[in-house]
Each structure stands twice: as structure tokens, then as C-alpha cells.
Design a protein around this ligand. Structure first.
Ligand SMILES: Nc1ncnc2c1ncn2[C@@H]1O[C@H](COP(=O)(O)OP(=O)(O)O)[C@@H](O)[C@H]1O
Ligand SMILES: [Mg+2]
Length: 336
């Protein structure tokens, strides 16, 4: 019998909401960005997170990276609940989990040369990089990501987009992390460079066994790099499972729509001329349609539980609408 491996990172029912402007005075409510998001990242594997612009992918990443607190829910790393990390666990977490963002120009300090940028994570972990051994370590990192060591003396703006992103990946690898959260790491790059960086990420995983959370709106890239996938619509997981399974047999209409729309040159423009997704029903439940393949379906409303008096439940775009018109759009049920 196959023994299920404990996940490296696990999120359980994460929700997040931002207060609407002026809400503290007029009690207008909140902008719900994520609701009940659960996911697992296994050792040495890649979890892809897809969804249209504004579906909550970056907010989710920030919570996985412990840069933002969820309104409710739990994130566990190596079995430990992030909310109760000791100082030592926190330090280990910041060494073991690294991030690569979309725009390396804004995530790399423009006043630091590449060498200092790469040395910084060592300083933060209290590792001294001195003399020949230090130089060797930096050269090793550069080689790992396919950069010439001559570039160590350059500032980020003196590098090409692809070189900058390679440098950001090298910095993320410096502390030999177990997990890298990559939020749209190739979106800002030229198509030819995108392919090189995608290959690099895959080679690094093969060589080092590092896990990734890979955010993209490009499903071809997700299919290339990821083992598992989570599809986010308006902050909810509408489908999740093994990549092959979900791509071969997409069950949720939103996933089917994303698949039809791929590849997407401009994520913000695509919805203008392709189909818009239908809003989610108010009450949903997750159904396992095949082993490990989950789909969000319309659920049955329960009169009593889980909807506290006075709280209106609905998917977040609707909550924003309600705040403006103070009424419910047609087709939405109200819970009081
Ligand atoms: N700091 C913030 N304050 C208020 N709303 C925010 C904030 N950050 C993100 N949002 C909102 O949360 C939603 C999800 O954003 P984001 O996580 O960036 O989505 P994605 O990465 O999928 O494009 C968007 O509607 C965005 O406007
Ligand atoms: Mg984003």
C-alpha cells in the first residue's frame, strides 16, 4: 500500500478579506479576496496556482510566505502551524522558503551589485561569506542559474530581464531552500527568455529536489512544470488535483474556460473578447470526482449553521456590489 507523504506545506481553509474603503464608519463590509482555500505542496513537487487577474493568487502567495496573515485558516510548514512558530522556527522558515516575483527590477535592490544581492541571504542567516570560499560560493550560484561570474559586479539595471530573473532565482537558492514560491516569474519576460527560465526551474528541481509553488495564468507553462494544480476563481478553489487529470478531464466550467483561453498573451484583455466566467453560486461544496481530483459544485444552503446573523455570504465581487447598491443582485440568495 502506498504511504501518503506528509506535505511540506499545507494550507487549510484559508480566507482573507480587506476592509472596503470607509467601511469602519459606514459598516459597509469587506472585500473577500480568498475563501476556504486548501492546498498541499509535496516535497520535490510543483503546485501550480492558476486563475484570472484578481482571483487572489498573489494574496495567497503572500500568506504562504508568511508576509500576510489570513483572516482565518491555518498554514503549516513541515507540519508546524505558522501561527505558533517559535523564533527558531521562524528563522528556519525564512531560510527554507524563498520567493521569486514577477518583476525582478522591483524585487532586487537597485543600489546593490549582483555579488551583494547574492551575499545578502547568507548574512541574514548568519553565515559569513569571506575570502576565496565566499567568492567560490557566489560563483557556484551564478553557474547554477547559467550566469557568467563577470556579471557579479553589475547592478540590476545593467542586466537584461532574463539575467535579472536568473539572479533573483540564484538569490532564492542561496539558502538551499526546500520551497520556492514563484509568483508569475516569467510573465514580464520575452517569450524566448520565458522558455529558458522555465527549463532552468525544471532542471533545478531535478538536481536539487526543491519544491515550487508556481503561479501563472499560462496553462501551457503549468502543464510543463507542475505536478498538481489549484484553479482559483474569485478567491475560491473551483478545481484541484493532479495536473494531467485536471487537464485531461476538466470538470469545472471555469477551468474549461481557462483551457480554451490558453495561451493568453494579455491576462487583463482576454476577458473582453472571450467568454466571461459566470459568478460562483453562493453556497458551494467540494466534491471528489476522481481520487484526488476535487471540484467545487453548488451546495445546499443550511438555514441554521455557519452564516452568523447579520453576515451576508456571497462571492467577493458580489459583496463589493452590495456595498454600493445596498441590495442583492438578482440570482443571489441572502442569509441574515
Ligand atoms: N492590499 C490590498 N488592499 C485591498 N485589496 C487588495 C489588496 N491586495 C490585493 N487586493 C485585492 O485582492 C484581489 C486579489 O488580488 P491579487 O491577490 O493580487 O490577485 P492576482 O494575483 O490573482 O491578480 C484583487 O481584487 C485586489 O484588488
Ligand atoms: Mg498577482
Amino acid at each position: 500500500m502506498e504511504v501518503m507523504q506528509a506535505p511540506l506545506l499545507e494550507a487549510l481553509k484559508l480566507s482573507h478579506a480587506y476592509p472596503l474603503p470607509g467601511s469602519w464608519l459606514q459598516k459597509r463590509g469587506v472585500h473577500e479576496v480568498l475563501r476556504d482555500v486548501s492546498l498541499r505542496v509535496q516535497k520535490g513537487r510543483t503546485l501550480g496556482i492558476v486563475g484570472e487577474s484578481g482571483s487572489g493568487k498573489s494574496t495567497l502567495c503572500r500568506m504562504l510566505l508568511k508576509l500576510e496573515q489570513p483572516t482565518s485558516g491555518v498554514v503549516r510548514f513541515a507540519g508546524d502551524d505558522m501561527r505558533t512558530f517559535t523564533a527558531q522556527q521562524r528563522k528556519a522558515f525564512h531560510r527554507d522558503v524563498q520567493a521569486v516575483f514577477q518583476d525582478p527590477l522591483s524585487s532586487l535592490n537597485p543600489r546593490m551589485r549582483a555579488a551583494s544581492i547574492l551575499a545578502e541571504p547568507f548574512d541574514a542567516s548568519g553565515i559569513r561569506l569571506a575570502g576565496d570560499a565566499g567568492r567560490e560560493r557566489l560563483a557556484e550560484l551564478m553557474k547554477l542559474v547559467g550566469l557568467d561570474t563577470a556579471l557579479l559586479s553589475r547592478y540590476p539595471r545593467q542586466l537584461s530581464g532574463g539575467q535579472r530573473q536568473r539572479l533573483a532565482i540564484a538569490r532564492a537558492l542561496a539558502t538551499e531552500p526546500q520551497l520556492i514560491v514563484a509568483d508569475e516569474p516569467v510573465t514580464a519576460l520575452d517569450v524566448s527568455v520565458q522558455a529558458q527560465i522555465m527549463n532552468l526551474l525544471r532542471d533545478l528541481q531535478d538536481a536539487r529536489g526543491v519544491s515550487y509553488v508556481f503561479v501563472s495564468h499560462n496553462l501551457s507553462m503549468v502543464r510543463f512544470l507542475c505536478h498538481d494544480i489549484v484553479v482559483l476563481q474569485s478567491g475560491r478553489v473551483v478545481e484541484r488535483g493532479a495536473v494531467e487529470q485536471v487537464f485531461e478531464d476538466p470538470q469545472h466550467e471555469y477551468t474549461q474556460l481557462l483551457l480554451r483561453a490558453t495561451p493568453v498573451p494579455d491576462p487583463d484583455a482576454v476577458w473582453g473578447h472571450v467568454e466571461r466566467p459566470r459568478p460562483l453560486p453562493v453556497v458551494c461544496e467540494e466534491v471528489e470526482v476522481a481520487p484526488g481530483h476535487f471540484v467545487l459544485r453548488e451546495g445546499v444552503a443550511h438555514e441554521d449553521a455557519s452564516f452568523p446573523a447579520g453576515r451576508r455570504e456571497c462571492h467577493h465581487e458580489c459583496v463589493v456590489l452590495c456595498a454600493v447598491v445596498d441590495d442583492w443582485p438578482a440570482g443571489y440568495r441572502e442569509y441574515a
